[in-house]
Write a protein that binds this ligand. Sequence first.
Ligand code: NAD
Length: 371
Amino acid sequence: MRNGQSRREILASSGAALLAATLPACGRAQEPPKRKLGYAIVGLGSYATRQIMPRLKDCEFAKLTALVSGTPEKLERFGTEYGIPKTHRYSYANYDSIRDNPDIDLVYVVLPNSLHAEYSIRASQAGKHVLCEKPMAVSSAECEAMIAAAKKAGKKLMIGYRSHFEPYNRHGISLVKSGFIGRPRLITSEHGFNAQPNQWRLDRPLSGGGSMMDIGIYSLNAARYLAGEEPIEVSAMESTDRSDPRFRNVEDRIDWQMRFPSGALAACVSSYSSNHNAWRATGTEGWVGMEPSTPYDGHQMWTRKKGKTEQVTLPAPAKNQFVAQLDHLAECAISGREPIVAGEEGLKDMRLIEAIYRAAREGKTIRVAKA
Ligand code: NAD
């Protein structure tokens, strides 16, 4: 281990980093809030209803106060289940009237990708803080418009990069930053699954693209947070079987490489036809890796150094990644600080996604402008 440190010392010293890691940089509000801030959830699909809404009851700084959906039956069903009064149930048609509801402080947009920009901007214009799911939007121009709208409203804009609130991923970032692996040389990052047919993810007008927009973005974001620096070059190859009816207008697989200013490289995978969920950061003195790396739960991490591979086990966090993410925006709204994954983070990924698509299309290495 670095400078002769034992594994126990590394874990002990990284334990301090972990403690800090579980309290994201936005910091904790100085005073306990007089009231919990209220979230309106926009889009009552799978992720919102199965992962997000059940977690809001565990939040320290936030609670569920309103629902927005185009389906009256869902508003009735989930409104009853979560005790949301009829006055706090909105359709997309009367969505803008959330501005008149003081019980709504925060809006969480969990719609198909091409609707993120419109519903986030309308929430900002209604004077609300916004949490928007990944990918932030379907173009960098849309991301810029979202950032401008939030700024104009004087409200926060955060992107749903939940892995930034997940202890193992945060620990991985700390280990790389602390020099545990030596000088980072290669980050591999693979994310993919076998996409079910007949869903909006395979319909470009709604998804904005294929696997890259949905799951490859985890490979991209992890490579960036592990490297701790921004890429300067990308090259890419796409492999899509266009005779597969799922892939008529979106890509299946796209693999890409990125070069960072330090000389470290990243090799990334995005797939809609095979399962991948792993990353590894390898440096001059060892590596740290995770598989699975970005699941909802069941994360696993290993390190290797001086010829020894060891599994890392962290204590269960007080707040899981979903609760920590939801609370983070509420804390930032209270304290006035910027979220650790603000709109600018989503914009950086979107600019890189555009460069990756271009690199694959043109078959050449693309130099990436500084964000
Ligand atoms: P979903 O299909 O289950 O839900 C989408 C919801 O949007 C549905 O309730 C649907 O009725 C509604 N909707 C409104 N207008 C629509 C339209 N024009 N066409 C289709 N649906 C429309 O999808 P999901 O899996 O919940 O994904 C929603 C968003 O959440 C996506 O942006 C996705 O990338 C993101 N997501 C994030 C994670 C994560 O781990 N962070 C996981 C899953 C999904």
